[in-house]
Design a protein around this ligand. Structure first.
Ligand code: DC
Length: 219
């Protein structure tokens, strides 16, 4: 049975986040930023060093709130959003996400984001592993250069110092790891629609995707 879920998978900085937020708002669906969960996991693992404890900490200490700037993550009452968005956390998340125990520990937590309201799920293996029964699956691609440029602007806007050649190298090596790992590699689901956004604006990707949601969800 198909579920009211749109999965949006693809490499980092391909525009999945913006597309997901816009679609969730437009359709009034819940949203799952699974990359953020992997970042939370990596951050907590660097504190605890124990996988079972990290799973418990996510369930008991982590909460989300959202405002105009996007999703905020609280560990108890501390806002840890900025720490989660650094390239250091991204690197740890990439390493720790290759472990089966990490992926298993996050499976139910991710699936719990689904409710009758519908869900936009953003990640790497949303269409292949976490929500294979999703009604609409999108795989968003963009060249490494285009993605590095987007990430550069994003980090600069947050006041973080970045160097473009380092950023391209980081993105390429992280992609290679994500695409070639044995467990849940970054690959399009067989029934996904692949969009290359290298030469498309967010608005163009959004209006193309809205045509697909119209067909699948009549919305
Ligand atoms: O999308 P992001 O950059 O916030 O993701 C951080 C890391 O988490 C990324 O290197 C790959 C990993 N990840 C994953 O393995 N599976 C997902 N569904 C989402 C992210």
């Amino acid at each position: 049975m198909k579920l009211n879920i749109i999965t949006i998978d693809g490499p980092s900085a391909s525009g999945k986040g913006s597309l997901s937020r816009n679609l969730a708002k437009y359709l009034d669906f819940n949203i799952l930023d699974s990359g953020l969960l992997y970042r939370i996991y990596a951050y907590l693992f660097s504190i605890s060093g124990n996988h079972d404890e990290v799973k418990e900490m996510i369930n008991e200490q982590i909460s989300f709130s959202s405002d105009d700037d996007g999703i905020k993550v609280l560990k108890d009452t501390n806002d840890i959003t900025l720490e989660l968005r650094t390239e250091t956390t991204a690197k740890t998340a990439s390493q720790i996400s290759a472990l089966e125990i990490t992926r298993n520990n996050l499976l139910d937590i991710q699936r719990d984001f689904y409710s009758d309201r519908g869900l936009v799920a953003d990640g790497r293996d949303m269409g292949t592993v976490v929500f294979p029964e999703a009604r609409l699956k999108i795989f968003l691609e963009a060249s490494a250069e285009v993605r590095a440029k987007r990430r550069y602007l994003e980090l600069q806007n947050r006041g973080q110092e970045v160097n473009m050649p380092d950023l391209i190298a980081d993105i390429e090596s992280r992609d290679l790891k994500d695409r070639t790992r044995t467990i849940s590699p970054l690959i399009p689901a067989e029934d996904s629609i692949v969009i290359d956004s290298s030469n498309m604006s967010l608005d163009e990707v959004l209006s193309f995707t809205k045509k697909l949601t119209k067909k699948e969800f009549n919305k």
